[in-house]
Every structure is written in C-alpha cells, then in structure tokens.
Design a protein around this ligand. Structure first.
Ligand SMILES: Cc1ncc(C[n+]2csc(CCOP(=O)(O)OP(=O)(O)O)c2C)c(N)n1
Ligand SMILES: [Mg+2]
Length: 382
C-alpha cells in the first residue's frame, strides 16, 4: 500500500479551515500529545524487549494523529472505545503515562489494576471503555454505548446529546459483529461513529486481500444507510477540519457514522513481526508524510508544507520557538521516564485479594465459583 494510492480527502477550497480558527495553544497541545504517544511507545518497545512487559503488545507509532485529531473534535464526556492498539487512545483521552505504563507492566497501580495489560486500557473517569483484544468485539459494545447515551437523555432525562467514537482496524471490517453493529446502529439511530484506522494491513494481510470494495469503504456504510467520509489521517489539521463537522452533525441528528481514516503503522503488527508483507521503501514513503514532523514544521514555521485546502498559512504558524520545542521534548522524555520508574517500583496485584474481583460473575465476593466446582461443592452458576 503506497501513500500515492490514497484517494484525496474531501476538499472545500473556499471554506476557511476550522483548525485555522483554533488558538496556537490548542495546536501546540496536539503536537505535544502526539509526541508524548510516540515517546511512550518507543519506551514501551524497549521495556518489552527487556522482558519487563509481557503478553501481546501493539504500538501506535505512525498513527498518532488519528486518535489525537478525532478525540480533539469531540466532548470530554463522549464515550470512546477501541481495539487492542490502544495506548495512544488512552493517552489522548487523558490517562496518565503512569497509569498506562503500570498497566503494561501488570502492576496494581495500572488503570485496570494490572489485570488487563497492553490490550485492555480502561479509564472510566475519562470515558474510555477499553482496549479490546478480540478483533471487532468493540464494535458491538460501541453501538451499545451509543444507545445508552440516547437512553440516558431521552428516557431518563439526563445528560446532553453525545456521540460514541468506536475505533477499529481495517481487519475488523470483515467480522460478522461489525456488520450486525452497523445494521443495529442504522435501525436504532445510535450515534456511534465507527472510525476505521485504515493502516492497510491486518497483521500481514493487506486490506485489498481481505475485504471487498477496499477502494471504497463507503459502499459498506451505504448498505446500512450510514453517513460516510474518507480522511487522510497523516495530517492532524486535516483530520480535525473534516471530522469535526461530521461528528457535530451526527451528534445533532443522533445518527451513526463511518469514517475511513487512512493511516499507517511504521512498526510491525506486534512486537514480533518479520514484516515480509511490505517493503522498507513503502514504510519510508509513509514516514515522509509523518504527522508529527508535519505539524512541528508548521508550528516552527520551517517548512512550506502545502495546505490540503484553504489558501494562506495558518494564523498559528510559526508560533512555536525552537527553545519551547526543545523544552517540550525534554519534558516528555522526563514524563515517560518517570512512568517507567513508577511502573517498576509498583507492586503486582495481590493474587488473594484481586484474582476474583472485577470479573463478570462473582456471586460471592472474593470466592471463585470455579474454585467451588473444583472442590466438588455445588457451583452457584449451574
Ligand atoms: C476474532 C479474532 N480473530 C483473529 C484475531 C487475531 N488477530 C489479532 S490482531 C489481528 C489483525 C487485525 O488487524 P486490524 O484490524 O487491521 O488492526 P491493526 O493491527 O492494523 O491495528 C488478528 C487477525 C483476534 N484477535 N480476534
Ligand atoms: Mg490494520
């Protein structure tokens, strides 16, 4: 998959760019958030290679703009749910590096008390409902979360109009649950926005080999009567400019949506991946369009990066000094280093106290139905 095969994002030449109207501080914060995710992931990879992090682990390097740009376009209390490549969403949603890294280390101070690990970041105060390891599983939960927001407002009379952001990989397009979810979302008018983080591959299978109409995913949305847009996901301003009006409209009408967000992962699928399905040249081509570099260059006023729409330079262009940029890099390195220290010094969860808590069915506190069954006693679940 080469960057040149990408269909350009929808353009409105004369319309002013939404991101131009934002304060420089907001754009600088986007840059910081993306840089934080990248540094976090680099340190995660190193810790994994030192066997300090175990289990499955999938890093988000290359895709940073997609989580940061879309989350920036919605409200703090809109529910968010994603798949297993979830560290970036957790940080973009406001989870601390400490809680995220400690979770990865399997420590009790992690966001899920160390019982979830890399694929199961969960943060209710920040309205993040996981982190899900089964491909496509979150798409059913996404329609449920969206339905719940309508129920809360329209039946219980609480809260405002919300949208649920439900991220999925291109591999999840082929799961039955995804199609059932689109159908239900269309029928129930559930305000869920399915955001396909289309990085072109599910493990080693390219999207063209795995799904029909890979060149026009809008066909899938149309089949369920759901609004669709395609966005170039390597430019955070472009994401915001196109995603924000789309999400605002769906929030207002309380309708579902479907977004094909074109992006790319620079690293392998997980920590062990020989990457025989793609060339180094292909990776290099995408890295040339790196979202962090692009935004940093604009803020530092270094580059003549062509705008994708609109005419003159953004008003905030050149608002970041080299010194401030270096300070930010330093502070981020420090914040991530601190999270590693924190994770290393934290305790593992206490198996006696924690093994049977936070599970779906636990009729007697801290007593395992399976344990009873093994010992021949009557299983309360049977
Ligand atoms: C139901 C199910 N089938 C297979 C797997 C194994 N598996 C893990 S990740 C993955 C690829 C998914 O790719 P994609 O949805 O494009 O996400 P990406 O890794 O690109 O973020 C597969 C097949 C799984 N976790 N769940
Ligand atoms: Mg993929």
């Amino acid at each position: 998959m080469t960057p040149t095969t990408m269909t350009p994002a929808p353009k409105t030449k004369s319309a002013p760019r939404l991101s131009d109207s934002l304060p420089a501080a907001t754009i600088t914060k986007w840059l910081r958030d993306m840089m934080l995710i990248r540094e976090f992931e680099l340190r995660t990879m190193a810790a994994y290679q030192q066997a300090k992090i175990g289990g499955f682990c999938h890093v988000y390097i290359g895709q940073e703009a997609t989580a940061v740009g879309t989350i920036a376009a919605v409200n703090r209390d809109d529910p968010v749910i994603t798949a297993y490549r979830d560290h970036g969403h957790a940080l973009a949603r406001g989870m601390s590096c400490r809680a995220c890294m400690a979770e990865m280390y399997g420590k009790s101070t992690g966001c899920a008390k160390g019982k979830g690990g890399s694929m199961h970041m969960f943060d209710k105060p920040n309205h993040l409902y996981g982190g899900h390891g089964i491909v496509g599983a979150q798409t059913g939960l996404g329609v449920g979360l969206a339905f719940a927001t309508r129920y809360e407002r329209e039946v219980l009379g609480k809260g405002s109009k919300k949208v649920c952001l439900c991220y999925l990989g291109d591999g999840a397009l082929n799961q039955g649950v995804f199609h059932e979810s689109l159908n239900l979302a269309g029928l129930y008018s559930a305000p869920v926005i399915y955001i396909v983080e289309n990085n072109g591959y599910s493990m080693g299978t390219s999207i063209e080999r795995g799904t029909t109409m890979a060149h026009d995913l809008g066909a899938k949305a149309a089949a369920y009567g759901i609004d669709f847009i395609q966005i170039d996901g390597m430019d955070i301003c472009n994401i915001y400019d196109h995603f924000k009006p789309f999400a605002d409209d769906l929030r207002e009408r309380q309708r579902p949506g479907f977004v094909d967000l074109k992006t790319y992962r620079y690293q392998g699928h997980s920590m062990s991946d020989p990457q025989k399905y793609r060339t180094k040249e292909e990776v290099g081509e995408w890295q040339q369009r790196d979202s962090i570099d692009r935004l940093a260059h604009m803020l530092l006023n270094k580059s003549d990066e062509p705008r994708q729409s609109g005419s003159g330079p953004a008003p905030w262009r050149g608002s970041l000094t080299e010194d401030a940029y270096k300070e930010t890099q330093k502070a981020i390195r420090e914040e991530v280093r601190d999270s590693i220290d924190f994770a290393e010094k934290s305790d593992a969860p206490d198996p006696t106290a924690e093994l049977y808590t936070d599970v779906y069915a636990n009729p007697e506190p801290n007593l395992s139905p399976i344990g009873e069954y093994r010992h021949g006693a009557k299983n309360p679940l049977l």
